[in-house]
Design a binder for this molecule. Structure first.
Ligand code: TRP
Ligand code: SF4
Length: 406
């Protein structure tokens, strides 16, 4: 699913507060969030509990990074008018749902999530043999399911977590989606449809349940869409009765794969903190200019008079992101004929990056000078997120039958 085509979806995504963001984050994730926020209902949160799974020894760092991360988001153009912005730990319902999901999630499902072993092997110096770390993807499932998200924009590495989320939701619905008297209520609902539709529904249900005919399910769902004289509750019952799963309490989300960021770093590799080749969103512009001026070019161009090959030069990769076709032509010609110097070639890239960053940094400055503004955004975001989360939690507790609450 292409994220830029989404509309009218409920979208949930989170980021761990592990430090300031760079242009790779901006081009890979944030621009995408900004695009989605206008036509969809977006919940963007700082996954501070998730950061604790790997950094439990340094909780102070996490909490200073929370506001800092939000400033980077706001600077990039995420707006509290369009999106709900909050911190995970301000919405305790995420933890409450995580606990209940943990009761029904087989250990093997978590042990088999590829990131579990991968991260343990990669981060050998960290102690990742905790209960919390094993439960990382399940906490993520709770983050998503608590808002009944339609769609979760994530990178390739997170797809397995969304798949787990779907399985957990299915299992939960299967276990608890059967209210007392479900079958009787479903049968009564069938009889509220016209004779013809009721007959068709029964045939479709039979052909799925006896022959596994999945097309019958789609036809059945379409049939239910068209029914106008049945209640919302009955429609849900009939949807569940159709495939025998029961009522859907936690809908299964879709993963919206964000294309791997093509943002090159200063050395031509993908921009990443661990390669030390980044340009930070809030890096002073003179420093950015200096970094680009001194970044490597085609090693064959030792002297100004040596011809070069853009394909062997990281500056050319930045041109792909930042300059137009006419400039590309100028680079190709000038580089291969030694007609332009490398510093000259870097000029348009420097200008474009500085222009992009100055918009971001102007916005950041507003919030840096006014921390309480950021705290307010987080506070209000958490309040509105909680309203939605509480509603789901109440439905979940009802489904389980935990009605003995105060
Ligand atoms: N695990 C995600 C990451 O490392 C962060 C995250 C936590 C998340 N909860 C989420 C992403 C819910 C999407 C939805 O990038
Ligand atoms: Fe790279 Fe441009 Fe120099 Fe060619 S002229 S080597 S593309 S910086």
């Amino acid at each position: 699913m292409a994220t830029n085509l989404l509309s009218n979806q409920r979208i949930v995504s989170g980021m761990r507060p592990t430090g300031r963001l760079h242009l790779g984050h901006y081009h890979g994730v944030l621009k995408n969030w900004v695009e989605m926020q206008t036509d969809n209902e977006c919940f963007f949160f700082v996954a501070d509990w998730h950061a604790l799974t790997t950094h439990y020894e340094h909780p102070q760092e996490i909490s200073t990074h929370v506001e800092d991360l939000v400033i980077d988001w706001l600077a990039a153009g995420i707006s509290p008018k369009d999106a709900t912005i909050f911190a995970q730990s301000h919405v305790p319902e995420h933890a409450e749902l995580h606990l209940l999901l943990s009761m029904v999630t087989p250990l093997g499902w978590l042990e088999r999530v590829p990131t579990y072993k991968d991260q343990q092997e990669k981060l050998k110096e960290r102690d990742l043999s905790t209960y919390g770390f094993l439960g990382y993807p399940l906490l993520q499932s709770a983050d998503i399911l608590i808002y009944k998200a339609d769609c979760v924009p994530v990178g390739e590495d997170q797809v397995a977590h969304i798949e787990l989320t779907r399985e957990v939701a299915r299992r939960f619905n299967h276990l608890y989606g059967r209210e007392v008297g479900f079958e009787e209520k479903a049968e009564a609902a069938i009889n509220k449809m016209s004779k013809k539709d009721a007959k068709l529904y029964r045939e479709l249900r039979k052909s799925y349940q006896e022959q596994g005919d999945t097309e019958a399910i789609s036809i059945g769902r379409a049939l239910l869409e068209e029914q106008h004289n049945i209640s919302l509750g009955d429609r849900e019952r009939l949807l569940g009765y159709l495939d025998g799963v029961g009522k859907t309490i936690l809908p299964e989300p879709q993963a919206a794969l964000t294309k791997a960021s093509k943002m090159p770093g200063l050395d031509g590799q993908k921009m990443s903190k661990s390669y030390g080749n980044t340009i930070m969103l809030r890096e002073p512009l003179e420093q950015v200019e200096k970094k680009i001026r001194t970044m490597p070019t085609d090693p064959a161009r030792v002297r100004r008079t040596d011809a070069g090959d853009p394909d062997k030069c990281p500056v050319w990769e930045l041109h792909q992101v930042y300059t137009d076709a006419a400039t590309h032509e100028w680079v190709q010609q000038g580089c291969r004929s030694a007609g332009i110097g490398c510093l000259e070639c870097k000029g348009p890239v420097i200008e474009a990056i500085k222009a992009e960053l100055s918009v971001i940094q102007n916005r950041a400055a507003e919030y840096e000078g006014n921390r309480s503004l950021v705290q307010n955004i987080l506070h209000e975001g958490a309040e509105s997120a909680r309203r939605v989360a509480r509603q789901t939690m109440d439905e979940v507790l009802d489904a389980i039958g935990f009605t003995h609450r105060a």
